[in-house]
Ligand binder design. Structure first.
Ligand code: ADP
Ligand code: MG
Length: 240
């Protein structure tokens, strides 16, 4: 999958938040890193069709994404999302959380949806959790269920916005392991993360976004070994 960003700009309350974002990326697994407030979440939401840019063009495999309701509905069907936290419906148990999008948005029969969910629960060691409500689950379990739910629809692209940053450290590894496994088997992902080890070892490419623009991007091994810009050097020194 190729994603192309052409002069993307976004303004919030008269403030430029993304300034001429350009780049063409062959997506396997991309990590988006950078300081807080740099525009990472905004860019991810634009790529996912949740937010329209104020100017510029997003192309997927050469086709322009039109930011109107009808086209976006179709586009978003192929994209999975996982956010920092609070992604699960609190009043539904784990199984019901899985079934809701499959049955109501994707019109898969309930029995098939239950099968899909059970297979994912089993695969990721979540069978004992399937009747529990979010408040009965650890943060790590909640995020793994959110990821299972996002991949149950077989997305062409999975977008994750800091999926581990609200977790206690002991749960971070289990979530990242699950993601690494999914990536290794070919799931295309873009993840905003502060986990530099994961960006370096599990993601093929890195985009460093800071102060409204892509300062640097490239193969992850190269980015970490030979950061070019002063901004990235400073950022890595702070975080590593
Ligand atoms: P990051 O994810 O890198 O921390 P964000 O994309 O969340 O950065 O935010 C970039 C900038 O845009 C920040 O200054 C933030 O305050 C601002 N911003 C983000 N979303 C909104 C919004 N809905 N309304 C107004 N300002 C926003
Ligand atoms: Mg953010």
């Amino acid at each position: 999958m190729n994603i192309e960003l052409i002069n993307i700009c976004k303004i919030f309350q008269n403030e430029l938040v993304l300034e001429n974002i350009n780049g063409s990326f062959e997506i396997h697994s991309i990590a988006v890193i950078g300081p807080s407030g740099g525009g990472k979440s905004t860019l991810l939401r634009i790529i996912g069709g949740l937010l329209a840019p104020d100017s510029g063009t997003l192309k997927i495999d050469g086709g322009k994404i039109e930011f109107n309701k009808k086209d976006l509905q179709k586009y978003r069907r192929n994209i999975g999302f996982v956010f920092q936290s609070k992604g699960l419906f609190e009043h539904l148990n784990a199984m019901e959380n899985m079934l809701l999008p499959l049955v109501h948005a994707y019109h898969i029969s309930k029995s098939e949806a239950i099968d899909i969910s059970n297979r994912l629960f089993e695969r990721f060691g979540l069978l004992d959790e399937k009747n529990k409500y979010p408040f009965q689950l650890s943060g790590g379990q909640q995020q793994r269920i959110a990821i299972a739910r996002a991949v149950a629809i077989k997305p062409k692209l999975l977008l994750l916005d800091e999926p581990t940053s609200a977790l206690d450290p002991e749960y971070t590894a289990e979530v990242l392991n699950m993601l690494g496994e999914l990536q290794a088997e070919g799931l295309k992902t873009i993840i905003v993360t502060h986990e530099m080890g994961f960006a370096k070892n599990a993601c093929e490419k890195v985009i460093f976004l800071a102060d409204k623009r892509i300062v640097e991007s490239g193969e992850s091994a190269e980015i970490f070994k030979n950061p070019q810009s002063t901004e990235l050097k400073i950022f890595l020194n702070k975080i590593l």
